[in-house]
Write a protein that binds this ligand. Structure first.
Ligand code: COA
Length: 220
């Protein structure tokens, strides 16, 4: 191989290396701007729509699976702390409200979570498939005005640490679910569920109690 040809190849390799580095740092910069940690895995089929003035934080170790839609508008904010998993086809939305999911919590397939005021989900919370969590209802007071035009009624929803929500549950506005509680499949939760209780049915009622942790338990 002659010398000029070799030099040309070396120049080409240097150029490709440099542009790959530039692309990598640009990608990192873009991720930082978007609020998504470079150590989070977001499937390429996810749709993230973040309007100006909104705040999105997806921390390291989070996994956002295929077909998930994340939407933030009207100053809404979403924070997914480390190791949160959002499985296929979930809709996670903040329309002017704040949604926070604590470390190691997860949404199973097809969940619909929309915050207009505040939805707080603690750590180690398991949320089964097709669960609906909303902190608002349509206004219905004035029957002379179409409901779609009436002001929304909102109240915060809080789900404490170590809760298990079964499949197809709906959690309505203003509800608090206590630490260590279980909500059975298909329940509609309209009132608070005390800690370490098992609630089920429509509307959800306490059907059982769990043994609260003893001081000697390792995680207490
Ligand atoms: C709530 C749940 C955990 C209770 O399990 P359990 O403690 O073993 O309770 P049991 O099966 O002994 O049922 C106790 C009573 O509650 C009733 N019950 C249980 N789950 C119920 C539910 N989801 N809705 C209404 N009633 C329910 C039972 O019929 C039984 O009533 P009975 O005493 O009159 O016969 C379980 O039934 C459940 O719903 N699991 C969720 C499963 C799921 O959605 N998995 C998705 C993947 S995360």
């Amino acid at each position: 191989m002659n010398r000029p040809f070799l030099a040309k190849i070396v120049r080409k390799i240097r150029f490709l290396g440099a542009s790959a580095l530039v692309n990598l740092s640009q990608a990192r910069w873009r991720l930082k701007q978007s609020g998504i940690s470079s150590k989070a895995v977001v499937d390429k089929t996810c749709r993230i729509e973040k309007h100006s003035g909104c705040n999105l934080q997806i921390h390291a170790g989070c996994k956002i699976h295929s077909g998930v839609q994340v939407q933030l508008k009207q100053g809404g904010s979403i924070e997914l702390q480390s190791q949160v998993i959002v499985r296929r086809n979930c809709h996670v939305e903040a329309w002017g409200g704040a949604l926070r999911m604590g470390r190691n919590s997860g949404l199973n397939l097809g969940c619909y979570v929309v915050a207009m005021e505040e939805i707080t989900i603690g750590e180690n919370v398991m949320i089964g498939p097709y669960v609906v969590i909303v902190d608002h209802d349509h206004g219905t007071e004035n029957s002379g005005v179409p409901m779609v035009l009436q002001k929304m009624k909102t109240a915060p929803v809080t789900i404490r640490d170590d809760v298990w929500i079964g499949a197809h549950v709906t959690i309505a506005k203003g509800v608090q679910i206590g630490r260590g509680a279980i909500v059975g499949a298909n329940a509609v939760v309209t009132h608070d569920v005390p800690e370490y209780c098992i609630a089920a049915g429509v509307p959800a009622k306490v059907i059982g109690l769990r043994q609260p942790p003893r001081q000697t338990d390792p995680a207490v």
